[in-house]
Ligand binder design. Sequence first.
Ligand code: TNX
Length: 526
Amino acid sequence: LSTVIILLFSLFALSVNTYANSGVNVIPKPQKVSLGEGFFTFNAKTSLLYASNDLKLVAETFQRVLGNEFSIKTSPKLNGKASVNSIVLQFDSKLDKEAYVLNVQADKILCKASTEAGLFYALQSLAQLIKTENGKQTVPVLLIEDAPVYGWRGYMLDESRHFMGKEAVKQYLDIMARLKLNVFHWHLTDEQGWRIEIKRYPLLTQEGSVGSWSEINAPSAFYTQDEIKEIVEYAAQRYIMVVPEIDMPGHATAVGRSYPEVSGGGEGRWKDFTFHPAKEATYEFISNVFDEIVQLFPAPYIHIGADEVHFGNQSWFTDPLMQKFIKDNNLKDEIGLEHYFVRRACDIVNAKGRKMIGWDEIINTGVSPDKAIIMWWRHDKPELLTQALNSGFDIILTPRIPCYFDFVQDDSHKIGRRWAGDFNELETVYDFSGSISKLIANHPKQILGMQANVWTERIKDKGRLDFMTYPRLLAIAENAWYDNSASNRNYIGFESRVKTFLKYLDKLNIKYFNPFDKNSTPEPWG
Ligand code: TNX
């Protein structure tokens, strides 16, 4: 028996080794890789060619990557012919929207895709494949044929609870791009702060931007409209869509502080938590805010939050205006009122030419599946996901377990959330596709994709944000791009690719949590 075990073990070790040594350390894992023999070697004359003017931006972005990360100097040229010692970017209309082919030969590298984004992704893979040894930069000869499983590959950052600022956001966009993530969901408003300039309502940022979760008087912090445009443009250059979230009718305290006339009132902890659902002024206010939002964000979606509404459990719920409104509109109770609000918000969003996105609280509000998309977050209520799918909604998967990165990623960690003892370690996130597969099996087309969410109640600064985000973001990227369920699962292979990616994060001086050497990365307080 022991001989059999030893034999099995060495076979296993051999296969792991072959993988680890293959040099194809790309995250997310490409769908199909055939490894050849030999290497492409960069030299001073390596040229970067693009076959069409539409690819100039992609080429220039890669020129910067080569220069900054590998000290390789090139000047991109418009030229579609693949000559010796060149990297060539070409369109190939036969390929799917985000698909690409990366064909590394010993004397040239061919990149093909039907879109700029596809070529951008070919180059993200290429960047991860460049190895520096003895002063030489090489890429193994190989053929990658790749395409994502999901079109929505997201990362959500809450900048209301704690404000991280422009430079942090840009670095996140850089790393998202490297991981082929393509949606930045920006949680810009909540109880603690309103973080986006709205010209028509200056008090939102004069008063509503003061404070954070940890300090009620934290100095005003927000993005001006020029800064928003700059970030949206920076993201677009990386093929990332920015989807703003303006949370309502709950989580609206920062609005209520600035414009009490649209506040739902309330007392104590919940003072000003909601918009006033029974005032016409509220809907005018929202419509005016969205008029500016659509000018700033070209994305076809507006996220209205709609999570965790509490109207009726407060004494002001009984005020005569509210009660009359409920009666006149046949709403029965606070739930009816909440649903009414969401339907009105959806109409407003749709009237601006956008689809609405909301958290899973919007499922039963009566909004129609062709007008709204649902983000399923309450992992303890899988029946909500099933119900939403059966009603025909498109869904973005963000269940707390394993998609919430405000949850700790190691049992020894003290700051951060858990759910009945559960938390989100790297392997749990890696197993997401597998763990969700049964629930979504009957409706694959309605699953637009998945997303990691970082809520920042207990994340004060970028150091801690990095610690919570990495390396788990790599596992979300892997699941959103590559079909990681069932027989494709290979955690050991993933680990070895993560280790390579961590070296890239090291170069950027990012202080991630290292699950392979926990003592080297103690939990930062703050
Ligand atoms: C619930 S997720 C919230 C957030 C919190 C988060 C903490 C969601 C739609 N609402 O407001 O920050 O839990 O994990």
